[in-house]
Each structure stands twice: as structure tokens, then as C-alpha cells.
Design a protein. Structure first.
Length: 398
């Protein structure tokens, strides 16, 4: 039987001597959704002295959760671990744009509409709003940054009073276009790209067939996901996963990222919003970092070498570390799980899809819902299905 990550964790206490370090690694059954818990109930997080800045407080938080202190020191002392503000800055800007002061956003949208700009008035500062703001800024010889702030709202309000083009009573929301069931990412579905994935799939057909027999998930589906996620391993990401997660977890201390989002601090409420979300996202990143480090050391891998996404997704299938704990599988029987190894990645993606309902997905809509558990984009799902059907004309026929 293939070993899941839970089976490796069950032996890690002896293999790595983690129990003697105060870590409680709970064995995970094959199909359990539990993560490799490392918790020390009631432990207070104190800065870990001797660990270089900006990691001192973060290392203390990790050790308070039960992670071995000697391993934490080794990880945070590595010169390969370099702090970057980018993950937290990117996330805070995204959250700020969507959720902060929807009333302010709506006011700006209403003014832009009245001044003649086409815009959806919904209180969400998304790409459409940014486009309208940039058009306004261009028309009035302002810096074209698409930024919505109090100054812009006041300028818009002043102009509306002087020169109203339309009244809000005339506003009609744009017609909602149903999501396309055919639009795909062309870089993955153009003829030259399809020829590449067909060659990859043919070369590894035996592995895909083994996975399909075990999990009941079509090999063409897994190959398609690997193709779209990482170009079948040609690009695992431009970030170092451990550094991204550690940086984001450290930036729970808002002062580490504050200089990079200072333009968002338009008022005291805005700063409070940013501070609170930095704390929440920092806690999320700490959990992902802990999972990543446990996974790496249980499998005798160096976490500092993992390339990944800006938020720490790794391997052929771009698993988040918390999903590694739940779904990863030793596909080639070499007594370790390495998601940068094709057999391990293929079996792990297959297990993920099986566990999320592929075996009971008997029609197009239910299959789409399973793939949505991997990525919520409709265009992503369209592309996965397009490539899978190209690889296997008999794929998932009703």
C-alpha cells in the first residue's frame, strides 16, 4: 500500500526524535483530514533569543506551538532565509481594495458615474473601479495610479457639484454576463502547448494508469492540472515558499510591512483595518509554515530550497502546506514524499480529487464542482476539462 503523509508522521517521533523536543505529532490515518498537529497547550509565545531579526518573535511563536527549538533555530539562522514584505503587502492591498470602507468606494463610484464614466456601483474597489479612476485621472492631468483615497473622493464630489453629467436615478447596473463554459487560458490550449502536454502524458502514462486504478481519478485530469499549475514542472514559482510564509508570519508585526502600505493609511480606521488583517494573515501563514517545516523534515528535505507561489504553494500541483499534510502520497515507494517528484505529485493530486468527490461526480456540473475545490476560477475549470478531453477523448463521458 502507498504511504500517505500521515504514515510518515506516525514514525517521525522515533525517526527524528521530535517527541523528546516537546512536539506532539499526532499520527494521521490514511484518509484523515487532520493536519500534523504540533501544539503545546497554554504555552506562551516569547521571543526566541539569539535568533536574528526579524525572526525573533516568529521563532518564539513557532516554538510555543510545540515546534522543536533546535530545528527552529537552525531554520531561522540560515542566510538563505531572507525577509520580503511582498506577500503581506500584496494581501493587505487586495483585502483593503475589496473590503475597506465600501461606503467610501461606493461614493466614489457614484461620482464617477455622474461624471460620465462607465462603472459598476457595488462598493467593491476592483479592477473596473481602478480602470474608471485611471480614466478620470488621465482626463484631469492627475497621476494615473488608480488609487482610491479620501483626496480623490473629495475631488470627485467637488466636480459633481460643479458639473453633473448624469443623475443616479438614471443608473442601471451593467447586464450580468453568465460565466463562460468555453473560455480557456490560451497559453495552455494553443496547438503547440497541447502537443507538449500530450508528449508529457504519453511518457508518464504508466504512472497515471497506476494512480487511476488506485483512486478512480482519470490520469488525463491529473495531467491537465499539473500542466496548468506548473507547466508540468517547467515553472514551480519565482518565490521561495518557506521565505514567503515566514515573512508573512513575521509581518503579523505590522511595523514590518507598514512602510510599504503607508499610502493606504488614509485615516485611523484604515490603519486599524490593516493592523488587524496583518495579524489574521500572519497567524494563517504561521500555520502553513509549521506544516511546511514538519513535511520537509519528516521527509528529509530542505524547506529553504522549495520554489513556490507568493503564498507558499509548492510542487507540481501547487499544494498549500496544510493540504500536503492531508493529501500527499509516496507514489514511487522510495520511503519519502516529495511533491517535486512526479509520481508523488500524481498520486497526491489523485487523492485530493478522490477525497473531494470525484468518484460520485457523475455529470458535468458535479465534476466542475470537484475541480472548483482545486481552483475556484471558472476559466481554470474550463481549461482543465479542455486539456483533459484533448488527452483522452473518452474522458468523463456521461
Amino acid at each position: 500500500m502507498l504511504k500517505t503523509f500521515g504514515a510518515f508522521v506516525a514514525t517521525a517521533i522515533l525517526a527524528l526524535g521530535l517527541a523528546g523536543c516537546g512536539v506532539k505529532l499526532v499520527p494521521i490515518e490514511e484518509d484523515s483530514a487532520a493536519r500534523p498537529a504540533t501544539s503545546r497547550a497554554g504555552a506562551a509565545a516569547r521571543p526566541l533569543t539569539g535568533v536574528p531579526a526579524p525572526w525573533t518573535a516568529l521563532a518564539g511563536r513557532l516554538v510555543a506551538k510545540g515546534f522543536p527549538e533546535d530545528r527552529a533555530r537552525k531554520f531561522f539562522a540560515s542566510p538563505a532565509l531572507v525577509f520580503t514584505q511582498k506577500p503581506m503587502e500584496t494581501k493587505l492591498r487586495e483585502l483593503f481594495g475589496i473590503f475597506y470602507r465600501s461606503d467610501l468606494t461606493k461614493e466614489a463610484q457614484e461620482s464617477l458615474y455622474q461624471l460620465g464614466y462607465e462603472i459598476l456601483i457595488d462598493g467593491r474597489n476592483g479592477p473596473g473601479t481602478k480602470k474608471a479612476i485611471m480614466a478620470f485621472q488621465k482626463d484631469h492631468n492627475l497621476t494615473q495610479n488608480g488609487r482610491l483615497d479620501l483626496v480623490l473622493v473629495k475631488v470627485l464630489s467637488h466636480l459633481v457639484k460643479k458639473k453633473r453629467v448624469r443623475t443616479l436615478a438614471d443608473y442601471k447596473p451593467p447586464a450580468v454576463t453568465p460565466p463562460s463554459r468555453s473560455a480557456t487560458y490560451p497559453q495552455f490550449t494553443k496547438p503547440s502547448a497541447l502537443a507538449q502536454i500530450r508528449n508529457h502524458y504519453a511518457q508518464d502514462q504508466a504512472i497515471f494508469d497506476q494512480m487511476a486504478r488506485l483512486y478512480g481519478v482519470p490520469g488525463a485530469l491529473v495531467a491537465s492540472i499539473m500542466w496548468i499549475e506548473t507547466g508540468y514542472g517547467s515553472f514551480f514559482g519565482s518565490n521561495k515558499a518557506a521565505a514567503s510564509l515566514a515573512s508573512m508570519a513575521a509581518a503579523e508585526d505590522y511595523s514590518l510591512v507598514a512602510p510599504y502600505v503607508a499610502d493606504l493609511e488614509v485615516d485611523p480606521d484604515a490603519k486599524a483595518f490593516l493592523v488587524e488583517n496583518a495579524k489574521q494573515r500572519g497567524e494563517w501563514a504561521l500555520n502553513e509554515l509549521e506544516n511546511l517545516l514538519v513535511y520537509a523534515w519528516v521527509n528529509n528535505l530542505d524547506p529553504l530550497t522549495f520554489s513556490g507561489s507568493i503564498y507558499g504553494a509548492i510542487g507540481y500541483g501547487q499544494f498549500m502546506p496544510s493540504n500536503v499534510a492531508k493529501y500527499s502520497v509516496d507514489g514511487d515507494g522510495d520511503a519519502k514524499i516529495d511533491l517535486f517528484n512526479k509520481p508523488d505529485a500524481i498520486f497526491s493530486i489523485g487523492k485530493f480529487l478522490r477525497d473531494h468527490g470525484w468518484l460520485t461526480a457523475k455529470n458535468e456540473e458535479s465534476r466542475r464542482q470537484v475541480i472548483m475545490r482545486y481552483n475556484k476560477s471558472g476559466t481554470y475549470v474550463n481549461t482543465v476539462l479542455y486539456v483533459a478531453r484533448f488527452l483522452d477523448p473518452n474522458f468523463a463521458k456521461d
